[in-house]
Design a protein around this ligand. Structure first.
Ligand code: SF4
Length: 322
């Protein structure tokens, strides 16, 4: 199995974050236009065990033991899809909390928070970061393109219920997409929903990684400023992650590259910078080998080439002829 634990990597919100990925690429009940994991095909709506918890926990133990105090700021559940679809999430959270004092976060689309058992499983973590990109059903369908069973009312009622029960940090992420949710009206509707939910913070983010749909664009400056103004005093603008990725614990170049490109598309120069243990030539040759053996693909977004795992589904991507 591809390693389910990665990093620590610099995160916009969580400093040096040790990532735990409990679901395989791509396991999701939404199909967001800005997703960096390709299209959702097919939808997964039932919670299930994708991996044995013990196998992932062994990797977490090993990773925590190989880093010194201060290297890791957060242990973060962040999936190749939707984290809460893993049926063993609650049990894994309890185990991680018992093995370390490092704070634990869960990144989720929030779609399953309408289920009381999912809400309960998240109680022990220090921060939960759900998404809310739309203030009405129509935009929710346009941006997040959820499975039909997941209505907008369910999303909002789940978030409101969770807020009432959850005592730690609830940080809601609003992804801004030019032409969709940056108008005054769209932002006001999101603000109305946020007022009901009462999160501790609102994190405004933008699609800085290559989105699955080629037409998706980050907001222009006016849209960004409007979002800051409308989403109110709690809104906090977070800039894209700075610094290099740290994948030093990998001994095998193929494993290191597959681990990175499975989580998000990345430009070759960034990859070379991240993998300083190996020469740029070795990284380039390995990428080409992976492409030739069908394990990696090149996608083009924002006029640049990005490497991605071949399992990520980009139906509008034309194969490179070079
Ligand atoms: S962005 Fe997250 S919630 Fe949306 S489709 Fe991708 S993995 Fe699913």
């Amino acid at each position: 199995m591809v390693k389910r634990v990665f990093g620590p990597v610099p995160s916009r919100r969580l400093g040096q974050s040790l990532g735990i990925d409990p679901v395989p690429l791509k396991t999701c009940n939404w199909n967001c236009v800005y997703c960096q994991l390709g299209r959702t095909n097919p939808f997964v709506t039932e919670r299930q065990y994708f991996f044995k918890n013990e196998a992932i926990l062994a990797q977490i133990r090993e990773s925590l033991a190989s880093h010194k105090a201060g290297d890791i700021d957060w242990v973060t559940f962040v999936g190749s899809g939707e984290t809460t679809l893993h049926a063993g999430l609650g049990e894994m959270i309890r185990e991680v909390k018992s093995m370390t004092d490092i704070p634990v976060a869960v990144i989720t689309n929030g779609s399953l928070l309408y289920m009381p058992e999912v809400r309960r499983e998240l109680y022990p973590v220090d921060a939960v970061l759900p998404s809310l990109d739309a203030g009405n059903q129509d935009l929710y369908h346009k941006i997040n393109r959820p499975h039909p069973s997941l209505t907008f009312d369910r999303l909002i009622s789940g978030l409101v219920a969770f807020r009432k029960e959850y005592k730690n940090n609830l940080w809601i992420e609003v992804m801004l997409v030019q032409g969709l949710n940056v108008s005054e009206a769209a932002l006001r509707e999101i603000a109305d929903q946020l007022e009901q939910i009462q999160p501790d913070e609102v994190h405004i983010v933008q699609p800085t990684r290559p989105p699955v749909e080629m037409w998706v664009k980050p907001p222009d400056e006016t849209g960004l400023l409007r979002a800051q103004a409308v989403l109110g005093k709690v809104a906090k603008l977070l800039l894209p992650a700075m610094g290099t990725f740290e994948f030093g614990s990998e001994d095998d170049l193929v494993e290191a590259i597959v681990g990175i490109i499975t989580r998000h598309p990345i430009q070759e120069t960034e990859l070379v910078d991240s993998l300083k243990k190996w020469s740029p030539q070795d990284v380039k040759e390995t990428l080409n080998d992976l492409k030739n053996s069908g394990k990696a693909q090149v996608i083009t977004r924002y006029g640049a080439r990005f490497w991605s795992a071949s399992e990520a589904y980009y139906p509008d991507n034309r194969p490179e002829t070079e």
